[in-house]
Design a protein around this ligand. Structure first.
Ligand SMILES: [Zn+2]
Length: 269
């Protein structure tokens, strides 16, 4: 080897020795990068996928049903003066029950409404006023068709219906005294200011009937006698009859799309 060649070889060798740590460092960096990416992916998976597993969801569902059980038992459905009292053919009210807080709501009423029927309980009156004004903002003019009915008024109403239609038919569309929700002072029959389809099934097709079906629950009212639930409620479908139960319960019943009897597990057989 000539001197020149030897020195070139040494140079190369020196250069090769110098490159060693650079390559090693590069490999280390690559390794770190690869393991870093895979660690990030694992972590990222953990972040996005874990909360969606069924194990994570189950406790939430259980919490909800527990909460609902508590809520159901919190409502008083037995005391006549309770806002959430259930009155039906199996659960009549005493003949002497009369709400102590009846007031005339500040809303429009149908012509010839009787004195008694203009009244509702204070809480229902406030809700009715709010609902009527919200409806008016959307071009719906609500009228109160009938509110409170005393035991005595219901007794005379049923007797006159019985005379017209016979006992069996009257029992389907009217209530006997003590069995009418109107005795609670929390039930209202509503209609539009054109009186179209008042107390008739076709009310469901009117703008007023449709507005009420979608919004009444926001003000604490439920459509009490639902379509297809006649055997449970004991009454024909009444798209005009709304019952005040308070906004919380009304929302729950509306969202579950059930009757009061179903919500409180009172359905027999
Ligand atoms: Zn009614």
């Amino acid at each position: 080897m000539s001197k020149q060649k030897k020195s070139m070889y040494l140079n190369k060798k020196r250069k090769r020795i110098k490159k060693g740590p650079v390559i090693l460092a590069g490999l280390c960096a690559l390794l770190l990068l690869v393991s870093g990416v895979s660690a990030w992916q694992t972590w990222n998976k953990g972040e996005t996928i874990l909360p969606l597993t069924s194990d994570e969801e189950k406790p939430q569902v259980l919490d909800d049903s527990d909460k609902q059980k508590n809520e159901v038992s919190e409502y008083d459905i037995d005391t006549p003066a309770s806002i959430t009292a259930i009155i039906n053919k199996q659960r009549p009210f005493p003949s002497d029950y009369e709400p102590s807080d009846l007031v005339v709501p500040n809303i429009a009423m149908r012509d010839n409404i009787s004195g008694d029927e203009q009244y509702v309980r204070a809480q229902a009156a406030t809700a009715l006023e709010a609902m009527t004004s919200a409806a008016a903002n959307e071009g719906i003019a609500l009228l109160l068709g009938s509110g409170y009915r005393s035991y005595a008024l219901q007794e005379s109403l049923f007797a006159s219906y019985e005379e017209i239609s016979g006992t069996e038919a009257a029992n389907q569309y009217s209530a006997r005294a003590g069995q009418s929700e109107h005795q609670t002072g929390l039930a209202v029959d509503l209609v539009g200011d054109d009186m179209s389809c008042y107390l008739e099934i076709c009310f469901e097709e009117t703008p007023t009937g449709q507005w009420l079906a979608s919004h009444a629950h926001e003000y604490g009212f439920i459509l009490r006698f639902k379509k297809g639930k006649e055997s449970i409620t004991g009454y024909q479908y009444e798209p005009w009859h709304f019952r005040y139960v308070g906004p919380e319960l009304a929302k729950a019943i509306h969202e579950k799309n059930v009757t009061m009897e179903e919500y409180f597990d009172l359905v027999q057989g």
